[in-house]
Design a protein around this ligand. Structure first.
Ligand code: SF4
Ligand code: SF4
Length: 370
């Protein structure tokens, strides 16, 4: 009988592009673990499964413990790729850390006092949470802080209005040196109107960026978006000419697992930034899911027609890739929760890798179908 392990060997790609080549070819796949996601075993297992499935980048919170968990997952992936049961080619994805300039909803967490919950409440909060971060059992009651990634879905469903969002007390500047030294790439989350906060963070981080291969700026839509990004571009290009620049268009933040429609918001925002002629690559996020690659392909937005070069950066007419967050995590969650160290259970490991490939594959397949 064919084992799940043997099956996987035949489905893995045989000539993976380097992460930079994937960007250039318009097939860059990034896994977003979440800027506030601190479930360490889940981060480790997600990094492991998506690395083996061919992801180009693993994006994690700028937290030393989370970075260590992701690195452990990548090290496990490398050991497996070099082992006897792996016949495909493997290259290590880049590790990205995400930081926030100014107030950012990615860095909040839900909170409530479970002592105030009526015994007969049907607990819609527990049911709606995509991260299983709300529990009422013997081990924990209320919000499990390390699992909550601040999506906010539980806030409106409480009939008594007991759930509130609390600011996550980040000490990003203090830990920047520690996490940046271990990363290949940096992402800064910002919003229109936060230029002063962005500049303060940029000045702090810039001296520690020399080794980075890529800088991503993540921004949702807003009035004056293009002017704002143009100002950020001016600042970035005046100080850093080495790393590749990516605009992460955060269409509908943290919503990809809600349904098909969320992908449209992500695509519309990407089109707006592409049309602006900003230098650098454009990569979708925020609402991305299993429909996104297909939709981009239908629209002719997935290829690599380079249109110009300014101050060491390129401009494009089409997107360079897709980042997947809540949808990608949700896809694997029921499988990776079965074991603390995925590689210790080969059947579960390869099941997780196959699921991850079901998301990575359609984007990578665009290249072979050109
Ligand atoms: S629904 Fe979202 S904000 Fe609420 S506990 Fe779960 S992860 Fe946190
Ligand atoms: S919905 Fe509100 S009242 Fe009900 S269990 Fe959740 S937090 Fe408590």
């Amino acid at each position: 009988m064919e084992t799940s392990e043997a099956k996987t060997k035949t489905t893995l790609r045989t000539d993976p592009l380097t992460p930079l080549a994937s960007l250039q070819a318009g097939v860059w796949f990034k896994l977003i673990c979440g800027a506030s996601y601190q479930d360490l075993p889940a981060v480790r297992n997600l990094a492991l499964a998506y690395a083996l499935a061919g992801a180009d980048c693993i994006d994690v919170a700028a937290d030393p413990a989370v970075v260590a968990a992701a690195k452990a997952g990548l090290a496990a992936a490398e050991r497996i790729a070099n082992g006897p049961n792996f016949s495909g080619s493997y290259r290590r994805p880049w590790l990205m850390v995400s930081m926030s300039a100014g107030a950012d909803p990615h860095f909040r967490k839900a909170w409530f006092d479970p002592a105030n919950c009526p015994a007969d409440c049907p607990r819609p909060c527990e049911q709606i949470c995509p991260a299983a971060a709300i529990a009422f059992d013997a081990q924990s009651s209320g919000v499990i802080r390390d699992r909550c990634y601040g999506c906010g879905r539980c806030l409106p469903v409480c009939p008594l209005g007991l759930i509130e969002a609390r600011s996550y007390p980040t000490t990003l500047n203090a830990i920047a040196q520690q996490v940046l030294s271990q990363a290949d790439a940096l992402e800064i989350h910002t919003q229109v109107g936060q230029q002063a906060a962005f500049e303060r963070l940029w000045q702090t981080l810039y001296p520690q960026m020399g080794h980075l291969k890529l800088i991503s700026i993540s921004c949702p839509d807003g009035e004056g978006l293009i002017s704002y990004l143009t100002e950020l571009q001016r600042l970035i290009c005046s100080t850093a000419t080495g790393p590749t620049l990516v605009w992460q268009t955060d269409g509908r933040p943290m919503s990809g697992d809600i349904g098909r429609g969320t992908t449209h918001a992500a695509i519309r925002l990407a089109q707006k930034v592409l049309a602006s002629g900003l230098t650098g690559y454009v990569q979708l996020a925020g609402g991305t899911n299993q429909y996104t690659a297909l939709k981009l392909k239908e629209l002719g937005l997935l290829n690599s027609r380079q249109v110009g070069r300014t101050a060491g950066h390129t401009t494009h007419q089409t997107v360079a890739g897709i980042a997947y967050g809540s949808f990608a995590r949700h896809l694997l969650m029921s499988v990776i929760e079965q074991t603390l160290y995925l590689e210790e259970d080969p059947h579960t490991l390869w099941k997780a890798v196959e699921l991850a490939e079901s998301l990575v594959g359609p984007l990578k397949a665009v290249m072979s179908s050109r």
